[in-house]
Write a protein that binds this ligand. Structure first.
Ligand code: PHB
Length: 391
């Protein structure tokens, strides 16, 4: 069985120094762009934050907008403008200087959006005109202040617009490659645009992107093909959350069939890994939502494993070495993602390896613009113990 601290060659081409993944986490520390078309931009402080965490086998960036119509939450970065590309270059340089490996996560939010932060106040776009009743995003309220707002009714994308969106993802991946990312992860989970297409209840389209299994998964597969062509095989991951209800996703009677079909297709297309999210949120928002762990059935995972030659990442609620190693020992997965523990423990790998205690971050600093506070100001365990011993 794999050991948590053992290396792995991801996708047959990307060497990872251990099995520990820092998964995507929105932290809202971007800077405002000068031009409205710049979007929110990464900065030197973000380079420091990610660089501090370069001990992870794999860092997956916080999520990124592929274009302006994808801006579902205020202060989320993107990879569609020159300013954003310059900002991300600072991050990848710092992570690489410190010996890390980093993929960029890409999304389009689809219907989980609000006109107050979209260009020209336009409506969100979606697979259909069905609103995500009960979901909220971080946008401007009627008084102009940022707060969690109910999402608005989307405008369905035309068939041509869906095809064009595939090119938008390809362009975003090309931009990520240009600024030094080692690969990209497509966010096909949590009720965002790609998952909106895959859900057989929500996707009532009658064009080639709706109806049959092939049609519902076509958007994802077209994007995968385009992005693999940009990066080469072995450098693209896909995040999935089958059975997830986040984003007001309706229960889908075909979920299991769709999941297994997608897994098998992704394997054929040279995808390096599948990132399974199995801690889910009920309706609501990231700040108030109660996290409810839910575990994918092991028999289903075993079937998925048999269909996919790449790696599986498990994410959701891991916060100690024993549970992570137990998960690897099932033989069902290859890599373990530690989300919240990475906020307060930049040296997480060392702490887990040495049995050192983990620091706990104050939740109030998860999503703020307080700069360094609760972001880059967490010390390593070594520096704290050495400082204490020296004084
Ligand atoms: C998600 O992956 O569900 C997600 C990503 C970024 C956010 C909120 C939710 O800001």
């Amino acid at each position: 069985m794999a050991n948590l601290f053992e290396s792995q060659l991801l996708g047959g081409t990307v060497p990872l120094k251990n099995r520990i993944v820092m998964p995507p986490m929105t932290r809202t520390r971007t800077s405002e762009g000068e031009l409205p078309t710049d979007g929110d931009i990464p900065n030197g402080m973000m380079a420091t934050y990610y660089g501090q965490r370069a001990g992870a086998g794999l860092i997956i960036s916080e999520v990124n907008d592929v274009d302006q119509s994808s801006h579902g939450y205020a202060r989320i970065p993107g990879i569609h403008s020159e300013a954003q590309m310059r900002g991300w270059r600072l991050v990848t340089d710092e992570v690489h200087r410190r010996g890390g490996t980093m993929f960029m996560q890409l999304w389009h939010v689809g219907r989980l959006a609000h006109s107050s932060i979209l260009p020209h106040g336009q409506a969100p776009v979606g697979v259909t005109a069905e609103r995500a009743e009960g979901s909220e995003v971080f946008a401007h309220g009627p008084d102009g202040r940022l707060r969690f707002m109910p999402v608005e009714t989307p405008r369905p994308l035309s068939t041509d617009e869906v095809s064009a969106m595939v090119d938008t993802f390809a362009k975003a991946a090309a931009n990520a490659r240009k600024v030094g990312f080692d690969g990209v992860e497509l966010h096909a989970a949590n009720g965002y645009l790609i998952e909106q297409f895959m859900n057989s209840v929500l996707n009532t389209r009658t064009d080639r992107y709706g109806g049959s299994m092939d049609n519902r998964t076509r958007f994802l597969m077209d994007i995968v093909d385009a992005v693999v062509a940009e990066f080469g095989p072995g450098r693209v991951g896909v995040r999935l959350s089958p059975f997830g209800k986040y984003g007001s996703m309706p229960a889908d009677p075909l979920v299991e069939d769709t999941f297994l079909y997608v897994v098998e297709q992704l394997g054929r297309r040279g995808v390096a890994y599948i990132h399974l999210l199995y801690e889910l949120l009920p309706e609501g928002n990231m700040e108030t939502g109660v996290f409810k762990p839910r575990y994918l059935d092991h028999a289903l995972l075993a079937k998925a494993r048999a269909l996919f030659p790449g790696a599986f990442i498990w994410c959701g609620g891991f916060n100690d070495r024993a549970r992570a190693q137990d998960a690897l020992d099932t033989g069902l997965v290859d890599l373990i993602a530690f989300g919240r523990p990475y906020i307060a423990n930049p040296d997480l790998v060392e702490r887990l390896k040495n049995g050192w205690p983990l620091a706990v971050a104050d939740r109030s600093a998860y999503y703020t613009r307080n700069g360094e506070v609760g972001y880059t100001d967490f010390p390593t365990y070594r520096s704290v113990t050495l400082d204490a011993a020296a004084s």
